[in-house]
Ligand binder design. Structure first.
Ligand SMILES: [Fe+2]
Ligand SMILES: [Fe+2]
Length: 190
């Protein structure tokens, strides 16, 4: 079982290839059905990938990484931008100007985010988490992706980055009096 940082990188590589394939469709003036056939699984995976990271990766980065807070706050904010771009595209007729705007908003936000995530959170986790933990999280990450080909049944709404970090930190050490104890346990089952 590959470790979670490898699985995340694999998804990132796939995202880059799918956006390149979208360029090819655009260059060939493909019809909306062809655009939708490529975009729908890409849009779903962008959202499910971010949710899987928020459920499985970032809580463990906060628990084991070195100074992980700022990286996590940035990542959740970036995930919100990606979600917003995907949502704009989903609201617009495929191939329309507004659809392309949403696709490009998601693409730009995702592109910037992947580079940061690779150089910050993923590198931090490799340096500070054990191989055994990374592999066991890899298994959970793969299972989550298999169980959720789309966001159906998942809460795909934007998250407040500060509240997310507070909730995770309260779970890591609920007795710490410096935490404000927001939503202890509420990350479970999301
Ligand atoms: Fe990612
Ligand atoms: Fe991410």
């Amino acid at each position: 079982m590959p470790d979670i940082t490898t699985l995340i990188l694999d998804d990132h590589a796939w995202f880059r290839r799918q956006f390149a394939a979208l360029d090819e469709l655009q260059a060939r003036d493909s019809d909306p059905r062809e655009l939708a056939r490529l975009w729908e699984p890409l849009a779903a995976r962008l959202d499910v990938h971010a949710l899987a990271e928020e459920k499985i990766f970032y809580p463990q980065l906060l628990a084991h990484g070195e100074d992980p807070e700022d990286e996590t706050l940035d990542a959740i904010g970036d995930h919100n931008e990606i979600r917003d771009g995907v949502a704009q595209a989903e609201r617009s007729p495929v191939g329309s100007g507004q659809w392309w705007e949403g696709v490009w908003a998601a693409r730009r936000a995702n592109d910037e985010h992947m580079g940061e995530e690779e150089n910050e959170g993923l590198a931090n986790f490799r340096l500070n988490a054990t191989t055994g933990l990374r592999e066991s999280l890899g298994r959970q990450f793969a299972e989550f992706l298999d169980a959720h080909p789309t966001t159906a049944g998942l809460d795909n709404s934007d998250k407040d980055p500060e509240a997310y970090v507070d909730e995770v930190q309260a779970e890591i050490d609920p007795s710490d009096p410096t935490r404000d104890g927001l939503g202890i346990g509420s990350l479970k089952g999301k």
